[in-house]
Ligand binder design. Structure first.
Ligand SMILES: Cc1cc2nc3c(=O)[nH]c(=O)nc-3n(C[C@H](O)[C@H](O)[C@H](O)COP(=O)(O)OP(=O)(O)OC[C@H]3O[C@@H](n4cnc5c(N)ncnc54)[C@H](O)[C@@H]3O)c2cc1C
Length: 202
């Protein structure tokens, strides 16, 4: 049983995983089992090139980010489990006991975070009732989002990135995933606001 399973290893999903992983020295997060399901082959990031994002070197390829971000996660937070090359097909259950079915296995998690992007015509079974037209994308693009209130979809389900209705810019998607992580850390910390900062001299 995962405490939180993140679905989607793109910008928002890995950003969420990094921040959750970085909290392992906090008493309220140290015993938490965290996983991310990353199915990168069909990611739209494969064709992207970035010149306009804070902290990202000019000309950085999306295909490089897809592998480097997971390497980053492995290097600094190896306790965050990476489930590679599996595509999520179905979600069932309820908060505290969700079942997440991929093309090869079923996983259980107390909380799920969905960051699969807004572009796919395919939506995971079990989420249909939350799907609406994307509010910040051109209508002719037929993008979707999940209904949410500041990333919270329903008890135990969070959405991040463009699927949360955020504009499609890397920095926004990254911040959205981090925002969800902060909310989950705050939940684990009994509602006391949580943040994780590293600083020189500490
Ligand atoms: C060609 C291109 C160029 C871009 N250029 C710029 C730019 O110059 N500047 C800028 O700021 N932004 C740019 N963007 C936008 C930016 O990349 C996106 O806004 C950002 O990646 C969205 O993050 P996300 O986490 O919502 O989705 P993604 O980063 O797309 O991540 C979604 C992930 O979920 C995975 N996934 C999907 N379905 C499933 C499933 N069922 N099970 C498991 N995994 C699944 C996908 O494979 C993917 O890895 C560009 C995007 C593209 C496509």
């Amino acid at each position: 049983m995962y405490d939180v399973l993140i679905i989607g290893g793109g910008v928002s999903g890995v950003s969420c995983a990094l921040l959750l992983g970085s909290a392992s020295n906090k008493p309220f997060a140290s015993d938490k089992k965290i996983g991310v399901i990353a199915h990168q082959k069909t990611s739209s990031l494969q064709n992207a090139v970035f010149n306009n994002v804070y902290g990202i070197p000019v000309g950085k390829l999306g295909s490089e980010l897809l592998t480097e971000s997971l390497d980053h996660l492995t290097t600094v937070y190896p306790h965050v489990e990476q489930i590679l090359n599996e595509k999520v097909l179905k979600i069932s259950g309820e908060a505290g006991n969700f079942q997440i079915t991929t093309n090869s296995k079923t996983y259980n998690s107390k909380i799920i975070v969905i960051g699969i992007g807004s572009g796919s015509p395919f939506i995971i079974e079990g989420l249909e009732k939350y799907v609406i037209s994307h509010k910040k994308a051109a209508p002719e693009k037929n993008r979707i989002q999940l209904k949410n209130d500041d990333h919270f979809v329903t008890e135990g389900i969070y959405v991040c990135g463009t699927l949360a209705g955020q504009r499609s810019q890397l920095a926004i998607a990254s911040g959205s995933g981090a925002s969800v992580a902060g909310d989950i850390l705050t939940l684990w910390n009994n509602g006391n606001h949580a943040q994780v900062h590293d600083a020189l001299g500490k």
